[in-house]
Design a protein around this ligand. Structure first.
Ligand code: CP
Length: 325
């Protein structure tokens, strides 16, 4: 039994296999022939935080594969009331379910739940990592990069806050350089990852011979960007109290707008994990332009998550994938 908590727990070959499977399942689903590889499988989805994409995509992914998902909100189940903790909940849910997915900003709590669980656990986002988003982003980059460009020649340019809580940024920078890609973070002083925080991304760059660069000078690297990515500058309940200060600091120089996109590679695309605060994280002009692939990116959550579920839960997957091709 394996969990999907962090892409570091999986080899590059295993991750590439998942993406190949995601593309295969996408093709079959578009033909109306999604295989019911997970017939009868039950997934519990514990969401301590809000979610649109993760919740809906996992539920629909499993339904298309023949299984079914249950939405479990702490406070509605006993977990999160202070009455029943991770150990007892994990032991009980393991008797009912085949897999559990958890979104909880408390990273250590999700890791502790996984330790006690007798069924696979999927990290659906903590304050530190969002590995499901990273897999979807990898699939989207492979889909939208110029066909004649090797993955190792692709540069993703991340502009905006890269605080340690910026889970999307962490997840991408810990995965992409392992496949040889370059990840460049452009953010103002005080918003860049410290050496300690950046260590896994530097290790990823070393393993895959990709580049991981932190800069305070976006102008220096923007012309290399095949993909321009940003995340939330703040969002309701999270960094909201720093709203004015962040906007003043980021918008003049570390912000996605048409001027920035025009300085990137001519084929460059814009990505955001969403939800995006329009005209704060990025201008609506870019969001709605031909540069933007944010909705393709969101759609790929469905297929990359189907691949994660099948990898964890379908024992004869390798043969089935061959047969389905
Ligand atoms: N990107 C992402 O995880 O979206 P949700 O918060 O809507 O799940």
């Amino acid at each position: 039994m394996r969990h999907f908590l962090d892409t570091w727990d999986w080899s590059v070959d295993e991750l590439k296999n998942m993406i190949d499977l995601a593309f295969l399942l996408k093709r079959l689903d578009k033909q109306g022939a999604c295989p019911e590889l997970l017939k009868g499988v039950s997934l519990g989805m514990i969401f301590a935080e809000q979610s649109t994409r993760t919740r809906v995509s996992f539920e629909v992914a499993l339904e298309k594969l023949g299984g079914h998902a249950l939405y479990l909100r702490p406070g509605e189940i006993h977990l999160g009331t202070g009455y029943e903790g991770n150990y007892d909940t994990a032991k009980v849910l393991s008797r009912f379910l085949d897999c559990v997915l958890i979104r909880d900003l408390d990273h250590d709590s999700v890791m502790s739940y996984a330790k006690y669980s007798d069924v696979p656990v999927i990290n659906a986002m903590t304050a530190y990592l969002h590995p499901c988003q990273a897999m979807c982003d990898l699939m989207t980059v492979m889909e939208h990069k110029p066909k004649d460009k090797d993955l190792k020649d692709v540069t993703l340019f991340w502009i905006g806050p890269t605080d340690v809580e910026e889970t999307g940024a962490n997840a991408v920078s810990q995965l992409f350089p392992r496949l040889g890609m370059s990840v460049i973070y452009a953010s103002p002083e005080g918003y860049t990852l410290t050496d300690e925080e950046a260590e896994p991304s530097m290790r990823a760059a070393e393993e895959g011979m990709g580049r991981f660069i932190r800069t305070m000078e976006p102008e220096k690297y923007i012309d290399e960007a095949d993909f321009v990515y940003t995340g939330c500058l703040y969002y309701p309940g999270y960094f909201e109290e720093q709203k004015e200060e962040r906007m003043k600091l980021f918008i003049p120089r570390y912000h996605v707008n048409m001027d920035l996109m025009k300085k990137a590679q001519p084929h460059a695309k814009f990505m955001h994990y969403l939800p995006a605060l329009r005209d704060v994280d990025v201008t609506s002009e870019v969001m709605d332009s031909d540069y933007s692939i944010v909705f393709d990116q969101a759609e790929n959550r469905l297929y990359s998550e189907m691949a994660i579920l099948c990898t964890l839960l379908y024992p004869g997957l390798k043969q089935a994938s061959e047969d389905l091709k």
